[in-house]
Design a protein around this ligand. Structure first.
Ligand SMILES: *Cc1c(COP(=O)(O)O)cnc(C)c1O
Length: 368
């Protein structure tokens, strides 16, 4: 099969073995055999974030990653309580939109998208309002590649008695995460990112005692309620509604490959790929828009060259023809593109990409 190198922020490049794992005999997902596959996947996901099986549960949903943002926002806020968003980017802003859509009482603590949130301001917001029951933020703001200080934000949330929810969609299974050490009560991700499987399965990992307490919170969604999904699986060993069957087989295979590679080795592979990205960008004279110290090491936002007659779409199309996908930026001030190293790719693939990218850019210069 043709191997495409995806440098977009997910879905990511997958191995052929993961792709082929989807081709299985037809099965009704209500069979015990299939329930067992989902049980194994849940256990694997807990293991990825070093979660204690007695304290945490992994709850599977059929949908893209945004579904889990929706689930956490709509399911975890008690009656008459508020959710505080620590918002320095497009993904936290999306979570704010979800709260708005549900008519929740929320505080949007917004910071500039090119820097870290101010922890004193977070503390002050928590101290000023005892009705804040949930603090929500994004681990890596995938639009900029900024890595947020979740351990510190989580400590502040806990100090003020709030539940801490983190969108880890673009870090989980890439950057090592220890759920308790990072003060996370709930995190989430999607099968097509760090675990390098197919689209269609997403999951929330969180504290069982809080999920159980949320049974008594207002039911704001029928399809996307955390307690209902958790409880149905616990009682029946099945997902409440039809799961993405073939994707789930790809996830089973992807988790085997994840554990075979190992947490540290995988993180080193991503870092080696990103080191190559940094080096090549520098050689070519491109400017990264976020300071290196606050980058995740998985996504880099790059400014368009200032002088050249540079057309992102033309560069994209040239690279795409040759099997490499680059992605536009997601910052308010336009003029950035992104290179992401999420999937089953390595430093050699990045070298190969830059050979093509260099050709595309030199054609742009000739157009001048
Ligand atoms: C990719 C991503 C999501 C989910 O996006 P979908 O398109 O719904 O899969 C959510 N949060 C972050 C931080 C992401 O990077």
């Amino acid at each position: 099969m043709k191997r495409n190198i995806l440098l977009n922020p997910g879905p990511a490049t997958t191995t052929d073995t993961v792709k082929q794992a989807q081709v299985v005999p037809d099965i009704c997902p209500r069979e015990k055999e299939f329930g067992q596959v989902m049980e194994n996947i849940s256990a694997g996901l807990l293991k990825i974030v070093h979660a204690d099986q007695k304290k945490y549960a992994a709850v599977l949903f059929c949908g893209s990653g945004t579904l889990c943002m929706d689930v956490c926002v709509n399911s975890l806020v008690p009656q008459e309580k508020k959710i505080l968003f620590v918002n320095n980017g497009a993904y936290s802003a999306r979570a704010v939109d979800i709260a708005k859509a549900y008519g929740l009482d929320y505080i949007d603590l917004a910071f500039p998208v090119d820097g870290l949130p101010d922890l004193d301001a977070v503390e002050a917001a928590l101290a000023a309002d005892e009705n804040i029951a949930v603090v929500y933020t994004t681990h890596q703001e995938t639009g900029t590649g900024i890595l947020n200080p979740i351990r510190e934000i989580g400590a502040l949330a806990h100090k003020h008695g709030a539940v801490f929810v983190v969108d880890t969609t673009s870090t989980l299974a890439m950057l090592p995460i220890d759920i308790e050490q990072e003060n996370i009560d709930f995190c989430m991700a999607s099968a097509q990112k760090g675990i390098q499987a197919m689209t269609g399965l997403s999951f929330v990992i969180g504290r069982t005692d809080i999920i159980e307490a949320s049974k008594d919170y207002p039911l704001r969604s029928y399809y996307c309620n955390l307690f209902m999904q958790y409880d149905y699986f616990r009682q029946n060993g099945q997902m409440h509604f039809t799961p993405p069957v073939q994707t789930i087989y790809s996830v089973q295979q992807a988790l085997q490959e994840y554990f075979a590679e190992g947490e540290q080795a995988k993180w080193q592979r991503h870092q080696a790929a990103m080191a190559e990205v940094h080096a090549e960008l520098k050689k070519m004279g491109f400017r990264e828009v976020i300071p290196r110290e606050i980058q995740s090491g998985l996504v880099v936002a790059v400014a368009y060259p200032e002088t050249a007659n540079w057309d992102f779409d033309r560069v994209h199309d040239y690279c795409y023809e040759k099997g490499f996908t680059i992605y536009p930026g997601k910052m308010q001030n336009k003029g950035t593109f992104r290179l992401c190293v999420l999937g089953a790719i390595n430093a050699e693939d990045i070298k190969a990409f830059f050979n093509v990218f260099r050709q595309a850019c030199s054609i742009e210069n000739e157009n001048l």
